[in-house]
Design a protein around this ligand. Structure first.
Ligand SMILES: [Zn+2]
Ligand SMILES: [Zn+2]
Length: 129
């Protein structure tokens, strides 16, 4: 029983550090392909379940679907993304900031409280052009 539990957490840790350690904004399939050689008994279902859990806990964020596949970001700080509609790559635009005015405007229009703003540009990356 102990061994099973340790194994369980080892998988969970591996999945989290995989997503925290990359800038590719991976899908569940990508994480699975990275970890499968190291953890032969890993299943894609385990990856999906853990990603959903991390998302719920706020440890990672979902970027929504790109070309029909949900993509994740281990960087939970608000930052700006560029998504290529050609190859599906997702890049951070670290030099751009989400304008504070956007958030206050959204808050005043809803009369509510804005907790998060995801700003995403879509287009074609330099390689797809
Ligand atoms: Zn591209
Ligand atoms: Zn990002």
């Amino acid at each position: 029983m102990e061994a099973t539990r340790t194994k369980h957490f080892r998988k969970r840790d591996a999945i989290l550090s995989c997503i925290k350690g990359t800038h590719v904004h991976p899908s569940a399939d990508w994480v699975y392909a990275q970890l499968k050689p190291q953890i032969p008994d890993l299943s894609i279902g385990t990856v999906y379940r853990n990603l959903a859990l991390f998302k719920e806990q706020g440890a990672i964020v979902s970027l929504g679907t790109v070309q029909g596949v949900e993509r994740f970001d281990g960087n939970t700080e608000p930052h700006v993304h560029f998504i290529c509609t050609g190859c599906g790559r997702v890049d951070d635009l670290p030099k751009m900031e989400v304008p504070q005015a956007f958030c206050s405007e959204a808050a005043s229009q809803t009369g509510g409280c804005v907790e998060c703003c995801q700003l995403t540009f879509t287009g074609r990356c330099s390689q797809c052009l």
